[in-house]
Design a protein around this ligand. Structure first.
Ligand SMILES: Nc1ncnc2c1ncn2[C@@H]1O[C@H](COP(=O)(O)OP(=O)(O)O)[C@@H](O)[C@H]1O
Ligand SMILES: O=P(O)(O)OC[C@H](O)CO
Length: 495
């Protein structure tokens, strides 16, 4: 029997990627296409929903053609995606009524501040959706389109309007308008899904004036969602999860307490908290990790909104480096501590600080500070912010991390990973496949078609490199205390 394949569609914030895996879980091919980011106004971030689908489809075609794969040998397709990003479209024509409003878009922050003033609502949102009221999530983005786009209002009145996050939008198009569905992990990022009752939350829908008729059906993450036809072959769409939950799955964090940190544009730290939702006292989010084997698993999540994006700023904004990977070399040129701190609060600070008015800051400059110090401090800021989240997570869960599993583009940086281990005092394990998001989606799809079991995934997980903490405790404490001082001074900046 020839080789069989599973395909992962990974629709990220800045690009669409399709990854081809063989039946042993090895990557055989990748095709990637960047997508345009549209910034119509200060704080607004949009994308063209048609381009999102077309670019994804193009990379899917490319990966099949470039690797001479016979479509008959593709057993299943998994979808993973940037989460929260909101698309509304005409049910009859499939035409979007407005651009996709991206998760980073803060146009609804005024509305969110008004909602936040209601203490009962704050508690309700946390206890039922697992989230904090914030423009990050889909709910107020849907409301904004309903209130501001005349075409949406008209279609809504006729019952001809559909909502979806990017997974749902791709699924709808891949199945030629036959399937309108999402999975638990994506639904749990909308702020209108009740993560305890596993249904759309009627109170939130009423409060925001969102009709339930426009919402997708919510399914487990391993499920036969529909079919995609390629060269007359019917391929099942058999797995789906939001990108950060997919990475948790790809890193085989199946047990309570297992945690991964993905270092991409942002950094997303997720801990599996088992079969019951765990609520945070430190501003972390409670989210659904996945639905599988007739049950759901929950996770605690904390995010660093600007992580790899700060390295892009060194490259494109300050032009201190030509390539992101060069940051490792320059950071290593600094002998000893630089005593410079960069707080990457370009878009405020998330958990555990939650300060929308914090701003990016640099501290500790002296006459001998040079480019290498800034690069080193920017890399270190990703590790400090991750430590902030890990401490919050350990306090919430009562679980002390034995090791941190890492993945994502920026975890390729050895300086950053060694510093991360040092500042945590914990071993860091870099996965062999740092494309854990795509891997997780492939695993879900493979399980969905009966190719793999969870045990195969556990066996398949390989560590490419371990980083052991060598930093002395006294030094760790001193550096981290200074970091906290830097954070406190970057807060409450914007009026
Ligand atoms: N070797 C490196 N050192 C530091 N940062 C890196 C390195 N390689 C990539 N990055 C950063 O990681 C990000 C890309 O990682 P990726 O996982 O592809 O992100 P995403 O899925 O969010 O697009 C970019 O922001 C880039 O600046
Ligand atoms: O596309 P990424 O990798 O930046 O991930 C975005 C997250 O899903 C946003 O919640």
């Amino acid at each position: 029997m020839g080789k069989k394949y599973i395909i992962a569609l990974d629709q990220g914030t800045t690009s669409s990627r399709t990854v081809l895996f063989d039946d042993t879980g090895k990557i055989c091919g990748i095709s990637q296409k960047e997508t345009e980011q549209i910034y119509p106004k200060h704080g607004w971030v949009e994308q063209n929903a048609v381009e999102i689908y077309q670019s994804q489809l193009e990379t899917l075609h490319n990966v099949i053609r470039e690797n001479n794969v016979d479509a008959a040998d593709i057993l299943g397709i998994g979808i993973t995606n940037q989460r929260e990003t909101t698309v509304l479209w005409n049910k009859n024509t499939g035409e979007p009524v407005y651009n996709a409003i991206v998760w980073q878009d803060v146009r609804t922050s005024k509305l969110c501040k008004e909602l936040k003033a209601d203490a009962t609502l704050n508690a309700y949102v946390r206890d039922n959706t697992g989230l904090v009221i914030d423009s990050y999530f889909s709910a107020t983005k849907i409301k904004w389109i309903l209130d501001n786009v005349p075409k949406a209002k008209a279609l809504n009145e006729k019952g001809s309007l559909l909502f979806g996050t990017v997974d749902t939008w791709l699924l709808w198009n891949l199945t030629k308008g036959k399937v309108h569905a999402t999975d638990y992990s994506n639904a749990s990022r909308t702020m209108i899904y009740n993560i305890k009752d596993l249904e759309w939350d009627k109170n939130m829908l009423d409060r925001l004036g969102i009709p339930e008729s426009m919402l997708p059906e919510v399914k487990p993450s391993c499920f036969h969602f529909g079919n995609f036809t390629f060269d007359d072959h019917v391929i099942p769409l058999s797995g789906m999860a939001g990108d950060q939950q997919a990475a948790l799955f790809g890193q085989a964090c199946f047990k309570k307490g297992e945690t991964k940190n993905t270092y991409g544009t942002g950094c997303f730290l997720l801990m599996n908290t088992g079969k019951k939702p765990k609520f945070s006292a430190n501003g972390l989010l409670t989210t659904i990790a996945w639905g599988l084997d007739g049950e759901v698993q929950y996770a605690l999540e904390g995010s660093v909104l600007i992580a790899g994006a700060a390295i892009q700023w060194l490259r494109d904004g300050l032009q201190l480096i030509d390539h992101a990977k060069d940051s490792e070399y320059f950071a290593e040129q600094v002998i000893g501590d630089s005593n410079v701190y960069v707080v990457p609060a370009f878009a405020g600070l998330g958990a555990p600080y939650w300060d929308m008015d914090a701003r990016g800051s640099i501290f500790g400059l002296t006459r001998d500070t040079g480019k290498n110090h800034l690069i080193k401090a920017t890399l270190e800021s990703l590790a400090y912010r991750s430590k902030d989240l890990i401490l919050a997570m350990e306090e919430d869960s009562g679980v002390k991390l034995a090791a941190l599993k890492v993945d994502g583009g920026a975890c390729a940086n050895n300086y950053l990973m060694q510093f991360q281990a040092g500042i945590l005092g914990t071993r860091v394990e870099r996965a062999e496949i740092i494309e854990s998001t795509a891997l997780g989606a492939a695993y879900l799809a493979g399980i969905g078609v009966g190719l793999w079991k969870k045990e195969d995934i556990l066996k398949n997980r390989k560590i490419q490199k371990e980083f052991h903490p060598v930093m002395e405790e006294a030094k760790r404490d001193k550096l981290y205390a200074t970091w906290k001082k830097a954070v406190s001074r970057s807060m409450d900046w914007e009026d």
